[in-house]
Design a protein around this ligand. Sequence first.
Ligand code: NAD
Ligand code: LMR
Length: 340
Amino acid sequence: MFSTKALNKSTQRLFSTTNPTNFKVTVLGAGGGIGQPLSLLMKLNHKVTDLRLYDLRGAKGVATDLSHIPTNSTVQGFTPEESDGLKNALDNTDVVLIPAGVPRKPGMTRDDLFSINAGIVRDLAKAAAQYCPNAAICVISNPVNSTVPIVAEVFKKSGVYNPKKLFGVTTLDSIRASRFISEVEGTNPTQEKVTVVGGHSGVTILPLISQTKHSMMPKETREKLIHRIQFGGDEVVQAKNGAGSATLSMAQAGALFAGKILQGLDGEADVITPSFVDSPLFKNEGIEFFSSPITLGPEGAEKIHSLGNLSSEEEEMLATCKETLVKNIAKGKKFIDDSK
Ligand code: NAD
Ligand code: LMR
């Protein structure tokens, strides 16, 4: 089943010999450590024709800078000071990428960011529900396990929630897993694919090594690898020593994910990638959101894939993952229930 928009795009494709697509993409938090390189990468994506950047600071400068790059898109920057800044950034957009919020410092968990980022994400979600209720909303701001439920509750309260259009971005875990397993095995990282499921923090990050071509890896090596994938974010936080967390690798991950969303919206076939979404997989256990591979299409998340066969070790890790996830999700939901 194709949306009118996808059909219009297919029709345009029939009559166009150059760029078949024209999507609007909005970055909220575009002046930040992730926002700037992510905006650059979206400027380089030929499916994007209208790029809108919003931040409390710096969005206009970033937009003007990027606007000199000769790709297909126009770029505009918006600030809260101008009337209708957020409205104009979001109006009728197709994809919203949200890296707005504070990053970790050494010694903090992602959950420690909740007290500041929950309110930021809530307020941006309220605006998205009002100005672009049909957009695909891609949440990067941490703690993702709680900020995604926050967006869902805000959209529900506004009566515009579409579970197929809300995504927590967990792609950084997948790209780290490819890189780290290649370092262990001495292989080409571009050829390594590790399915990572669950959520996006510590023990909720569950890499399925048994489903890779390296399933016979010695136990001790595997355990170290899994730990590194789960706590890879800490490596960057420590190395940056107070100056934030992963920004450049996250921008690459965010652009990869946004690229998949656009491919799906554009009607391309077999677009599959993991994301933290409203998922039926463990709903009967009270876990409303879970990351697993999903097929993306013109309407957003078209099919949520199951986890496949797990090793006994992975089954145990899944149980631990669920225990934490259920609390993280409840915390996000409660925040909106308690908000006026
Ligand atoms: P940063 O501080 O460099 O940038 C954040 C930007 O958000 C700033 O420019 C700030 O002005 C802006 N901002 C804050 N409140 C805003 C609001 N209400 N409206 C618009 N913009 C607002 O931080 P960063 O390094 O870019 O990280 C951003 C977030 O992404 C953090 O929460 C971090 O933990 C998270 N993150 C997630 C992943 C992931 O895998 N999902 C990876 C890395 C970082
Ligand atoms: C990451 O995985 O790098 C991000 O979630 C940022 C962080 O706080 O570790």
